[in-house]
Design a protein around this ligand. Structure first.
Ligand code: GLV
Ligand code: MN
Ligand code: MN
Length: 410
């Protein structure tokens, strides 16, 4: 069996993590920043050194293709290398670099597959700077128009179009020009399940639905000492109330429902002034679309009720909304098969995080392979996966890609 070189994979992860490195061992490579450009340049250099034909499309997705003996649709893997501002070194990066190690292993063994292989780096998966998340893969599958994506702006008003141009990654290729035979994304779990249960490989069957809304609340600022409670129109109060409500709602609904207020800004943000403005986000997720809709409706009803009582105005802006996604059953079975064939323990599970694979499922049969995250930490500088687990996941990817690359039609 062709073996993947674990030490080289770890070395590549270290080198990429040195770009945008932050205290504690993590990374800050927000999409389309100088740090993201540096990461992209490094990965593109590696792709070229491996002999891949590299294209950059109009949303900045980078696709490296290794030719097969036949000019058929390629077997594609990949993920993203942008991070949240306080990110770890594995989220996304692992899937991309493992893909490159698959190519390296084949190059060194002198193996040419029947179908081409492709490794993709998708733009702005995180959605931490520009929304929606999974932007590059969403455009790739035709779910978002280029002009709409270009117009997305960060909190300082910089747009995706301008930033792509600035860092030199607004490429000439049409997104989605390459329609894969299959897409397989290798990723860390980013949650506690595999680590708690001491299971080596997560066989991902689905991705939960995601609902991101930004609320802007307008009240009246006034003196904190002189304004009686009955006269307040406190924008911060509504934000705080929604945070508490969302937590209670998630507990009450149970199951897979999660709810987060991850971003909150008050104005004027002073100790002795009632806030006249609050801008906050609500992130709701559920594997069940009906339940996700219920959570959205209940949050909206709570906001309407508090806004009326507090006499504040609320504007809601949907930043991202994706229904739950079910992966290709046959491909999911094959992930499990290849893990078991390597004597690795497996568990079927949904993904709690969003992934480029959930968009690619619209285009071709898609599946994901998860490896454990120590203590379930992710979007945290302490994000960690043991070397043996990283190697095991990459080996499953290699074996599955080889099998898929041998397939004829379909
Ligand atoms: C994106 O990676 C998300 O799940 O928040
Ligand atoms: Mn990710
Ligand atoms: Mn992430």
């Amino acid at each position: 069996m062709l073996r993947l070189d674990e030490r080289r994979l770890l070395g590549a992860l270290d080198e990429l993590a040195s770009l945008g490195a932050i205290e504690g061992g993590g990374c800050a490579r927000l999409a389309l920043t100088d740090e993201d450009k540096a990461g992209r340049d490094l990965v593109v250099g590696w792709m070229k050194a491996l002999g891949l034909a590299v294209t950059v499309d109009a949303i900045g997705n980078v696709i490296g293709v290794r030719a097969g003996t036949e000019n058929l649709a390629p077997v594609m893997t990949g993920s993203h290398i942008d991070t949240v501002r306080t990110g770890g070194r594995y989220d996304g990066n692992y899937g991309v670099l493992a893909g490159l190690e698959v190519v390296r292993a084949l190059n060194e063994a002198g193996v040419t597959t029947h179908r081409p292989l492709a490794v993709a780096v998708f733009t702005n998966e995180e959605g931490a700077r520009f929304q929606p998340d999974m932007m590059g893969s969403l455009v790739y599958v035709g779910g978002l128009g280029l002009n709409e994506a270009y117009a997305a702006a960060d909190k300082d008003g910089a747009s995706v179009g301008d930033e792509l141009r600035r860092i030199g990654y607004l490429g000439p290729t049409k997104p989605g020009a390459v329609k894969p035979h299959a897409f397989v994304e290798l990723h860390i779990e980013q949650g506690p399940i595999l680590d708690e249960e001491k299971v080596q490989i997560g066989v991902v069957e689905s991705v939960q639905g995601i609902s991101w809304t930004e609320y802007t609340v307008t009240g009246v600022s006034n003196h904190a000492g002189t304004t009686p409670m009955r006269l307040r129109r406190d924008a911060g109060y509504l934000a705080a109330s929604v945070n508490l409500f969302a937590r209670k709602l998630a507990w009450e609904m149970g199951g897979d429902q999660v709810a987060t207020v991850g971003s909150l800004a008050l104005r004027p943000n002073l100790i002795n002034v009632v806030p006249n403005r609050a801008v906050f986000s609500v992130d709701l997720r559920n594997t069940d679309e009906a339940k996700l809709k219920e959570a959205e409706a209940r949050v909206a009803a709570h906001i309407a009720e508090v806004a009326k009582a507090e006499r504040v105005e609320v504007e809601a802006k949907v930043l991202a909304r994706f229904e739950p996604v079910i992966f290709d059953a046959g491909l999911v079975d094959r992930v499990e098969h290849h893990a078991k064939a390597l004597s690795l323990s497996t568990r079927r599970m949904p993904s709690g995080a969003g992934h480029d694979a959930q968009m690619m499922q619209r285009l071709c049969p898609t599946a994901m392979i998860f490896v454990p995250s120590v203590a379930g930490l992710s979007h945290n500088v302490k994000e960690h996966t043991e070397a043996a687990d990283l190697a095991a996941g990459a080996q499953v990817l290699l074996n599955l890609m080889l099998e898929l690359a041998d397939e004829e039609a379909g």
